[in-house]
Design a protein around this ligand. Structure first.
Ligand code: SAM
Ligand code: SF4
Length: 320
């Protein structure tokens, strides 16, 4: 059974990263279909108390857009056993909310930042908001939500040539950089394997400026393969979902903002817990439905199979 739960709190976002969303945005979920704060907490509680969930990551869309976020974090931390609670965010507004999130017990934060060049940032995200992200990163650090991790997706000819510069920035500020291979989860279905920057290409470009050696620490079920930079202790991670898939050790399960359980990012089926939740189902009955949904988890994402079909929902609607 999975022990790591990713909860999407909204499918909405204030950026438009080209590898995730189209410029005009997407048709957002109607409010009545989105789980309320109480419904989110009830499902997370069932996960922790009945299904062995030990880590909860809130994501989206942009989770900082959710007004009740700090309260949801605090109520999740108060569960027993208390799960590790983290956030994946674009950090817009984090400089204002980091204090409340730290007070609520947030353990860790992953901030998505693909470049530190203002023009390139705007080209990728279609918004001129680099300064807000940098302020958000600094606030998380100041509030002790550490280690602050930075997630980056590299796009050929757009920011891949600046990977070493981004690593240098992260080393300077004591943020841990993790570079993620681009996955076929964009709403526009524009992904191609040829255009994707591979983990091998990432190493080649980083090794022009840094010495990378395998991290002696055990990787476990972590998706990032980590390396010591210039002998350590600083590290850099590469999440090579496409060229070095780690499906065999995956311990994740996902809950969408409208209450559907997905047993894989690439799953084509979902299990509707919201209907059960809004009906008369007991926690035990919801847990049983959730368990059943996990039984159909496939052994791999199958991106290399001829029959691979991109899931109907894109990354921002699933919860990355
Ligand atoms: N808005 C928040 C953020 O950007 O951190 C949380 C949601 S976002 C969908 C979560 C992560 O998914 C981000 O780190 C983003 O870079 C990554 N992501 C989005 N689309 C992707 C894609 N097609 N391939 C790989 N990673 C992607
Ligand atoms: Fe928004 Fe995150 Fe998708 Fe960028 S990656 S558009 S910040 S949901």
């Amino acid at each position: 059974m999975a022990s790591d739960l990713r909860v999407s709190l909204t499918d909405r976002c204030n950026l438009r990263c080209s590898y995730c969303m189209p410029a005009e945005g997407l048709a957002w979920l109607p409010t009545e279909e989105t789980l309320t704060d109480d419904e989110v907490v009830r499902l997370v509680t069932i996960g922790v108390e009945h299904l062995g969930i030990r880590e909860v990551r809130f994501t989206g869309g942009e989770p900082l857009l959710r007004r009740g976020l700090a309260d949801i974090v605090a109520r999740t931390k108060a569960l027993r056993p208390s799960p590790e609670v983290s956030l994946t965010t674009n950090a817009l507004g984090l400089s204002r909310t980091a204090h409340a999130l730290a007070a609520a017990g947030l353990d860790r934060v992953n901030v998505s930042l693909d470049t530190i060049r203002r023009d390139v940032f705007e080209q990728i995200t279609r918004r001129d908001r680099l300064d807000d992200v940098l302020a958000g990163l600094a606030a998380a650090q100041r509030e002790g939500i550490v280690p602050v991790k930075v997630n980056a997706v590299l796009l050929r000819g757009i920011n891949d040539q600046y990977a070493a510069e981004l690593l240098g920035f992260c080393l300077e500020h004591d943020y841990q950089l993790r570079i993620i291979e681009q996955m076929p989860l964009d709403a526009q279905h524009g992904w191609t394997r040829e255009a994707m920057v591979t983990a091998d290409e990432v190493f080649t470009s980083l090794e022009k400026e840094f010495v990378l050696t395998p991290d002696p620490e055990h990787r476990g079920s972590a998706p990032a393969e980590t390396f010591l930079v210039d002998g350590g202790p600083a590290k850099v991670g590469v999440i090579a979902s496409i060229t070095r898939p780690f499906c065999g050790s995956c311990d994740r399960v996902r809950l969408t903002a409208d209450g559907q359980v997905r047993n894989c990012l690439f799953a084509r089926e979902e299990s509707d817990l919201r209907t059960a939740l809004r009906g008369t189902a007991t926690d035990e009955e919801i847990a049983a439905q959730w368990r059943l949904a996990m039984l159909t988890k496939r052994p791999g994402h199958g991106i290399d199979d001829k029959s691979f079909l991109q899931p109907a929902r894109s990354m921002s609607a699933i919860g990355g």
